[in-house]
Design a protein around this ligand. Structure first.
Ligand code: BG6
Length: 604
């Protein structure tokens, strides 16, 4: 585990060997992995002996590292804990007792207590309370009896229970890494090797990546070898093209990644139209038509995701029901047990996912796949596990999304859902045209300063609320739920998205003077129902914020948006994302790295 026994945590691991200065390459890699965790970090380089530096806090820059020596090989780790001490002693990498190697880990050693007491009996000492150090001592104990460290790592890894990925650096610059759970990818570039938790972190250096599967390990001693951990058999190296349109990871003049990524909404929508047929695995053209045929043939269609992606999954199912007349059902990623007996080979499951590595969803997809369910995914990380296990792997090509709060990728996911539904409806061109118009409308909206001013003013008003309610119906219900998620994530304020029609059955008891209620209204068949609910909450003194094309009586604030017809819901999420952003800024929160959440949770 990335430190003291945290039930949930996130980490990033990175390794390099080659002609560049290892600590600089690793630092850059860790910065690109920072979205995975930013409580503490460490870098170890091999220059005759191993030099190790660890720091608490977000990833800084090299001068914080008391000058690691120039070296050709090293490993790094960035840690993030939902709770449990953030301390240097718990930060990775961890030294072996004789300092002949260091190890960093991403995962949970579920049998760590048992292993630790066996090692205690053999006289091994521990500096930290982490399970990570148990792996280090276990490798040491194995290396007493086997020919080389690679074999000791292999044998020790086989004794670990739980999802773990580890990386080891020896003092002569060899690197060994093993995977069972959290992702591990390798990149090669004439004599250099990069190892990491994701391909984005070494995208500027390589264009192809080897994905290490669960139960595999890699060994670098100037040459890269891929092994099956159980059999120790050497496996063929299979590199996949990783096509990053733009792998730049910087704010480009924006104050935060979040506002930059919201500003990229038109771009990501146009990507869907232009990149429509690309596969997320190898960039090949895989036509939507094949997928849509499968979609229409399927007995049951499910969509699945966690967090914001779970809400996107729900909106995708909505569009399939409305436009394609397919009775798609969305399931919440972490909790689908009652469906397992209902899944069969004629079913299809669609997973939108930014990282393509969310463990809750992967676990379900693995079970569904075993039952013969066809898997489709829509991911923003080329080469990710979800993409590689899919029968239909679609790439969002939305560009890196660094802010932990998903914005442009959510917009991309629901726009994609709208697009596949229009293709299934037999109106692909209409769908494309509507998305093109939507992208232009969002562009205009975001380029109009008065829109930002109106929302900033509202953000100041709402930033000190205790509870914020959001009401929507039909196409806008998921939008109010995503608005709820954004406000909670960015402001740490309790927000609650409620089906507009349901308010009178319970939440109306909470309506009283000054309670803020955000209502999302489109010019659609449910408009009057929703405006009726506005009257109900107004009658009890609530403060009503209306997000709609036209102002209606009862609105205390009106956030005006264009009426974009069938894609109105996608338009409506933009002001809510902006509101969450300006509220987080107003409250002085760490906008791109809110407390207690991670960008991608690759453990259960
Ligand atoms: C959460 C993130 O941890 O995981 C959300 O904070 C995200 O933004 C969710 O939607 C699912 O992640 P992914 O990578 O599957 O979209």
């Amino acid at each position: 585990m990335c430190g003291i026994l945290e039930p949930k945590f996130m980490c990033g691991i990175f390794g390099y060997s080659g002609s560049k200065n290892a600590s600089e390459v690793i630092l850059e890699g860790l910065k690109r992995l920072e979205y995975r965790g930013y409580d503490s970090w460490g870098i170890a380089v091999a220059a005759n002996q191993i030099n190790l530096e660890k720091k608490i806090g977000a990833i800084g820059d090299l001068n914080q590292l008391n000058g690691l020596p120039a070296a050709k090989a090293g490993i790094g780790h960035t840690r993030w804990a939902t709770h449990g001490a953030v301390s240097e002693v718990n930060a990775h990498p961890h030294f072996s007792s004789d300092e002949s190697f260091v190890l960093a880990q991403n995962g949970i050693v579920e049998n760590y207590q048992k292993l630790k007491s066996e090692l205690d009996k053999k006289g091994y000492k521990f500096l930290s309370e982490t399970d990570t150090e148990v792996i280090v001592r276990l490798i040491e104990s194995k290396s007493q009896r086997v020919r080389d460290l690679k074999e000791a790592v292999r044998e020790a890894f086989l004794e670990l229970e739980g999802r773990n990925t580890i990386i080891v650096l020896t003092k002569d610059g060899q690197i060994i890494a093993a995977r069972n759970g959290s992702p591990l990818v390798a990149g090669l570039n004439d004599g250099e090797v990069f190892l990491s938790s994701d391909t984005l972190s070494f995208a500027p250096h390589v264009s192809e990546a080897l994905v290490v599967e669960n139960g595999q390990m890699v060994y670098w001693n100037g040459k890269l070898t891929l092994l099956d951990i159980k059999s120790d058999k050497v496996l063929p190296l299979y590199f996949q093209k990783i096509n990053f349109q733009n792998s730049k990871v910087d704010k480009e003049g924006y104050d935060h990644f979040m506002i930059k990524e919201i500003a990229e909404s038109p771009y990501v929508i146009n990507q869907i139209i232009s990149e429509a047929c690309r596969s997320a695995v190898n960039g090949d053209l895989s036509l939507y038509e094949d997928f849509v045929e499968e979609l229409k043939k399927a007995k049951d269609v499910y969509t699945i995701g966690s967090g914001t992606a779970g809400i996107a999954a729900s909106q995708i199912a909505f569009y399939l029901r409305v436009f394609a007349k397919i009775k798609a059902e969305s399931v919440i990623g972490a909790d689908i047990y009652e469906y397992f007996d209902l899944l069969g080979k004629d079913d299809l499951m669609i997973a939108p996912s930014q990282s393509g590595e969310t463990a809750d969803v992967l676990e379900v997809l693995e079970i569904a796949k075993k039952k013969g369910v066809k898997i489709a995914s829509y991911v923003n990380m080329p080469g990710s596990t979800m993409a590689r296990m899919s029968d239909f792997a679609f790439a969002a090509h939305a560009g890196p999304e660094i802010c932990v709060m998903s914005t442009k990728v959510f917009t991309s996911q629901i726009a994609w859902g709208y697009y596949i539904s229009k293709i299934a409806q037999g109106k692909a061109e209409e769908g494309k045209e509507n998305l093109r118009k939507l992208a232009d409308e969002i562009e205009d909206y975001l380029n109009t300063g008065s829109n930002h001013e109106a929302i900033k003013k509202l953000a100041k008003e709402l930033a000190r609320s205790k509870d914020i309610f959001l009401l929507g119906k039909y196409q806008n219900f998921n939008i109010t739920k995503e608005g709820m998620v954004k406000i909670i994530e960015g402001s740490y304020i309790h927000a609650h998205g409620i089906p507009a029609g349901d308010l009178k059955h319970y939440a109306i008891t909470l309506m009283e003077k000054g309670v803020p209620v955000i209502v999302v209204v489109s010019e659609d068949k449910t408009k009057d129902d929703v405006l009726n609910v506005v009257n109900q909450v107004k009658a009890r003194g609530a403060t009503v914020v209306g997000i709609s094309p036209a102002p209606y009586s009862g609105f205390d604030y009106h956030i005006s948006v264009s009426d974009t017809g069938e894609t109105s819901a996608i338009m409506n999420i933009i002001p809510l994302q902006l509101l969450a952003y300006y509220m987080a800024v107003e409250l002085g929160h760490n906008v791109d790295k809110p407390r207690n959440i991670a960008k991608s949770v690759t453990v259960k």
